[in-house]
Each structure stands twice: as structure tokens, then as C-alpha cells.
Write a protein of this length. Structure first.
Length: 63
């Protein structure tokens, strides 16, 4: 995302504007207190706010 937030999940669908529906989602947010994660069932991401798409692993798998 263009903000300090990242999402991982299973891509259910997308459209010509890169709006995406994800399920089994984990949201990661970087705050001054550290990295916070939140579990979400399903979410719709607006394509205007997506900066990069990386297939595969999520940030929790970085070693």
C-alpha cells in the first residue's frame, strides 16, 4: 500500500482498476510502537492505494 500498511491473504478476484478482494487476510501496520498485525476475514483493497504486489510469502516469513 502507499501507506505503512501491508496485507497478506488469498486473492479472490480483481478488476481492471486493480481493486482486489482478499480472504484470510492479515494486515500489518508499522507504528512508532512497532509492527502490529490484525487478522481479517475478507477485505476489499482500492487499486488507487496499491503500490506493489508481491506473490508468495508474507512479511512474517522473512528471515
Amino acid at each position: 500500500m502507499k501507506t505503512e500498511r501491508e496485507f497478506t491473504g488469498t486473492l479472490v478476484g480483481f478488476d481492471d482498476y486493480v481493486n482486489m478482494v482478499l480472504e484470510d487476510v492479515t494486515e500489518y501496520e508499522t507504528t512508532p510502537e512497532g509492527r502490529k498485525s490484525t487478522k481479517l476475514g475478507q477485505t476489499l483493497l482500492n487499486g488507487n492505494n496499491i503500490a506493489m504486489i508481491v506473490p508468495g510469502r508474507g512479511p512474517e516469513d522473512d528471515a
